[in-house]
Design a protein around this ligand. Sequence first.
Ligand SMILES: NC(=O)c1ccc[n+]([C@@H]2O[C@H](COP(=O)([O-])OP(=O)(O)OC[C@H]3O[C@@H](n4cnc5c(N)ncnc54)[C@H](OP(=O)(O)O)[C@@H]3O)[C@@H](O)[C@H]2O)c1
Length: 333
Amino acid sequence: MESSQFVLASRPIGLPSSDNFRIEKAVLNELQDNEVLLKSWYISVDPYMRGRMNSVKSYAASFEVDQPIRGGIVAKVIESKSKLIIAGDTVVGMLPWATYSIEKAENLRKVDVQKVPPGYYLGVLGMPGFTAYFGMIEIGKPKKGETVVISGAAGAVGIVAGQIAKIQGSKVIGIAGSDEKCRLLKEKFGFDKAINYKTSKSIRKEIGVLCPEGVDVYYDNVGGEITDAVVANLDFHARIALCGQISQYNNTKPYAGPSLLPMLLTRSVRLQGFIVSNYSDRLDEALSNLTQWLNEGKLKYTETIIEGFNKLPDAFLGLFSGKNQGKMLVKTE
Ligand SMILES: NC(=O)c1ccc[n+]([C@@H]2O[C@H](COP(=O)([O-])OP(=O)(O)OC[C@H]3O[C@@H](n4cnc5c(N)ncnc54)[C@H](OP(=O)(O)O)[C@@H]3O)[C@@H](O)[C@H]2O)c1
């Protein structure tokens, strides 16, 4: 059987382009025992994949040139030689960016797409949701009445992180890249205030006005100048959940911003970087709480779904220019 797949054509320097990806045909082998044939349905594009395009050693192995890109995918089971997963099931797994693929059943998780949209297993009930949950609950630890600031607030992780802080009783301020995203944060997701960092004359001053008693928790998805502006407003004993630094992922030289450590020292700030996989033994807890909040209507979600397998590189590149509200996904059909 034939499949189409995207491979890494070359390693990007700076901002990636569609030239770094190549679509090609692949021939699938016969199914072996315990294997299933999958048709990709919803494919996740995620900022961390930018790091995997480099050859630098990191927490996730580099993609190899001329080999398929891999990522989170919700797929339909077409044929099965497994007793655990059968034809007709829907599964989620780390799979190649391919229209069809073969995978061992043990590497897949069966999901129920009757009650929630399939893409949620790549968003609020998947890796980004788990990231928001552990970063906010375990590192941010917001308390009732405290002030929480979230950068990258209108993205897959940010909108969940903000709503979790609201559930804990905090005042929540989101930072995002358009007026439309800021409106959505306040009107749909219950954020108290939102700042458009692209039009703000001074993010630092705006945060100062919105948080007169200082920022207690900063959930950082972006880094760079936005983070410098938030750190200047941190309160004594503030916590920083260092989740992502998307503004830096395409840098060819290190960012030379203000030196922040003296400010962290004098305000007794606790900063912790983290990777969601640090909490891999507690995913059931996150899934159970996120599902409950969704069912209770305390947690809402949104997706930007781009139609067409061929659009995968465009969707991925769109993350770096803010083309998504909520989770960015590609639907193959
Ligand atoms: N630690 C972990 O385990 C973990 C797990 C998942 C994700 N992450 C990190 O969390 C962050 C958010 O991930 P996500 O999946 O939720 O992505 P996302 O927020 O859905 O998408 C990326 C967003 O980043 C913003 N952005 C892009 N370039 C920017 C820049 N130069 N400055 C400021 N904002 C910029 C854009 O929104 P605007 O329109 O607002 O600019 C864009 O929509 C990323 O840094 C990611 O690497 C970490």
